[in-house]
Design a protein around this ligand. Structure first.
Ligand SMILES: Nc1ncnc2c1ncn2[C@@H]1O[C@H](COP(=O)(O)OP(=O)(O)OP(=O)(O)O)[C@@H](O)[C@H]1O
Length: 463
């Protein structure tokens, strides 16, 4: 049904002539034009010696004479390195900034994803003197504000007038990684928080973020970053919250130090996903400027090169036993088992923990749990203290855990996109990985038909 609906949606003209990322090759850091030597060292410290194709393609479009002329829409497989593809050019371009203010905003749908992306920025940005902040609701709002906003005169004890205090509020960060809810909290209520100077907006996991309104964060950000000229023609009151604390932050032409009397630089947008939407109505929400589409190969979505896909056909009532046998055969290798709901995640995890012969640590990770519990579980999984994570689809998007060799679809994914994001937790960064899907024999034909367009061949797994 979903696929039939999609086929009737016309593709936008600019999407018909994309830059094909599959024509690019890895590029050693030594050969990358214009790379700041300080960033080269930072990348080497991360264990990176060359850039992946999508990173080279984005670098080419953003660094050099063309310098972020167009908004970029990037559709590239899971694990292909999309995070660094935007983080590196943004950090390199901002490295020349004279005054600290909030210039880049990266929005992600979940807290764990935002933390992951913040870590990538934090590994390179300090090398060129840039500071990175996080707004995800991990700490109290007061703690978060004190991380994001500075009061230099007040802190130095030389400012007593409340009016002066307001004037002196400054951003403590150049780059902010945020989830939509917390971002809106700061926009609405944090004094001194402004998007007035924003140059880059990254919408990662775009299709997921466009699916939900999240307190109208996108129209709000777009409205606040429009110049005076654009603002004159639109009526923000239709969606802006009534107690809109930061309305003063709408950018005016030439207000920033160094930009007096010059046209204000355009806000550049970068939107990314492994399953980027082609729906014109959804893309219209992003208000893209002369967008350039980067995608990998000719098929709409692509799986990682080194992913092996297996089907396991069994009767429904025997599924738990098949799973136990599969996990036993995988030994201590890290594995994520996906179910269709938070309830079945809980049930399955409880059941697996009753199989004494499975001498591996198995934990649940689902949207039903508190964030603190989820974060603790994820940390233990990263550290290898847990071998198997039973997860609902909360885990499917973007999570990058080293050494996950196997993914199991205990419940078959309802959509191709779900398959892509689940399977994409393995075979990342050019590594080998396996995805097993448990199917009842009646499901096999339907399942394989709907996946054929991915060029996906399932091998039958014998356990
Ligand atoms: N140039 C590189 N060299 C080596 N490893 C890299 C390089 N770039 C990224 N990586 C690693 O590749 C992994 C995947 O990167 P990343 O999480 O950015 O993928 P992604 O394309 O955003 O995937 P997803 O669509 O699932 O979110 C990470 O572990 C990252 O550290």
């Amino acid at each position: 049904m979903e696929e039939a609906k999609k086929k009737s949606v016309p593709v936008l003209p600019w999407m018909r002539s994309p830059v094909d990322v599959s024509l690019f090759e890895d590029c050693p850091l030594d050969h990358l034009p214009c790379l700041d030597p300080r960033l080269k060292v930072a990348l080497q410290n991360m264990g990176i010696s060359s850039l992946f194709p999508v990173q080279v393609a984005v670098w080419q479009e953003t660094i050099g004479p063309g310098l972020f002329e167009r908004d970029l829409c990037i559709n590239s497989p899971t694990g292909s390195g999309k995070t660094l593809s935007y983080a590196l050019p943004i950090v390199q371009t901002l490295s020349n900034r004279a005054v600290r203010c909030l210039r880049a905003l990266v929005v992600l749908p979940t807290r764990d994803l935002a933390l992951q992306v913040k870590d990538v920025f934090a590994a390179i940005a300090p090398a060129v003197g840039l500071s990175v902040g996080l707004a995800v609701g991990q700490s109290s709002i007061a703690d978060e504000i004190s991380e994001l906003i500075k009061r230099p005169k007040l802190e130095a004890g030389i400012c007593y007038d409340p009016e002066d205090v307001l004037q002196e509020l400054q951003s403590a960060v150049d780059i902010l990684v945020a989830t939509p809810g917390r971002l809106m909290d700061h926009i609405n209520a944090t004094r001194g928080f402004t998007l007035e100077h924003l140059c880059y907006l990254v919408v990662d996991e775009t299709d997921r973020l466009l699916r939900e309104a999240y307190q109208a964060w996108l129209p709000t950000v777009l409205q606040l970053t429009r110049s005076d000229n654009e603002n004159r023609f639109s009526d923000a009151s239709t969606f802006l919250p009534s107690a809109f604390g930061s309305l003063k932050t709408i950018r005016r032409c030439g207000v920033e130090r160094g930009f007096k009397d010059k046209p204000y630089p355009r806000l550049v947008k970068m939107v990314l996903s492994a399953t980027l939407t082609q729906d014109p109505n959804k893309l219209a929400q992003l208000d893209l400027h002369h967008p350039l589409f980067l995608t990998t190969g000719e098929t709409r979505y692509k799986l990682p090169e080194r992913l092996e896909s297996y089907k396991l056909i069994c009767e429904s009532k025997l599924k738990p036993l098949y799973l136990v046998a599969l996990l036993q055969s995988l030994g201590e290798e890290k594995c994520i088992v996906f179910t269709s709901s938070v309830e079945s995640t809980h049930r399955l995890c409880t059941l697996l923990n009753h199989f004494g012969e499975l001498r591996i640590k198995i934990k649940e990770y689902s949207g039903l749990q508190r964030q603190s519990v989820r974060s603790k579980t994820l940390k233990a999984f990263r550290e290898g203290k847990i071998q198997v994570l039973v997860s609902s689809d909360a885990m499917t998007r973007g999570m990058d855990v080293e050494g996950v060799n196997n993914v199991v679809n205990y419940d078959k994914p309802a959509y191709i996109k779900t398959y892509i994001h689940r399977a994409g937790r393995t075979a990342r960064a050019g590594q080998l990985g396996r995805c097993f899907t448990l199917l009842h024999k009646d499901e096999v034909c339907f399942h394989l038909d709907s996946f054929r367009f991915l060029g996906l061949l399932f091998t039958t797994a014998w356990i």
